[in-house]
Design a protein around this ligand. Structure first.
Ligand code: PLP
Length: 224
């Protein structure tokens, strides 16, 4: 193994406050890398492609909690619904409804996060703050008994400008408080703030992240 997964993993874990969890982003990395992290106790892994994930689920330990972190097409939900622990990037009501429908078929409640679009980049998916406000204000989501909205997820701009990154995390953190207060005051499940990646997870922690999604720092560069 060229990458010292165990060493890198512990470097991240040693820097995390106790209440922040690590999602090890293993997309495009081989099973042996995932196994190396698993050996060290890591149980939450994130993937962004349904077919790649299906193969990994089949051959890796069953107590891994898989998070789907990529853009999910509605027609792919049925493939991951039987086992996925959390779908982190819900960016439309249509997708939320489909997750509910497929979860019902398996008699499950699937945990989800609403993905916010805060970064300036055009290419990023996600709900604008107003989209998200409107989705929640509309109210029908409350009838979806097979999804549990556990919080918010976002990606900061891919930049060296740490001030901009911190500003974006701060917007997300404040928005979380707004939504929590308005819709989820009595719902302890709504507690997750998934932000922070290899280059910015330390900044994310300063801005209330509860879940960092780190790939490259642990597993090395992805080979596409
Ligand atoms: C790939 C990916 C990550 C991990 O990014 P790294 O820079 O490799 O840490 C985190 N979140 C999402 C949504 C991703 O697609």
């Amino acid at each position: 193994m060229q990458t010292d997964v165990a060493k890198n993993l512990h470097e991240v874990l040693d820097n995390l406050p106790q209440d922040v969890r690590l999602v090890a982003i293993s997309k495009y990395h081989p099973n042996e890398y995932i196994e190396a992290a698993y050996q060290e106790g890591q149980r939450i892994f994130g993937e962004s492609h349904e077919q790649e994930l299906a193969k990994k689920v089949e051959s890796l330990p069953k107590d891994i909690e898989w998070h789907f972190i990529g853009h999910l097409q509605t027609n792919k939900v049925k493939y991951i619904a039987p086992y996925i622990s959390m779908i982190e990037a819900v960016d439309s009501f249509k997708l939320l409804k489909e997750i509910n429908k497929q979860a019902a078929k398996h008699d499950r409640i699937i945990n989800v996060l609403l993905e916010l679009h805060i970064a300036e980049e055009e290419t990023k998916y996600g709900l604008t703050l107003d989209d998200c406000r409107n989705l929640l204000a509309e109210g029908t989501w409350k009838e979806l008994e097979h999804v549990q909205i556990c919080g918010l997820m976002m990606m900061a701009s891919n930049t060296d400008d740490t001030q901009l990154i911190e500003k974006e995390f701060d917007i997300a953190a404040k928005f979380f408080d707004e939504i929590k207060q308005k819709y989820f005051t009595n719902d302890n499940h709504f507690c997750e703030r998934s932000w922070g990646m290899s280059n910015d997870y330390q900044l994310a922690i300063k801005h209330q992240s509860t879940m960092v999604r780190v790939g490259t720092f642990i597993f090395g560069p992805r080979i596409y």
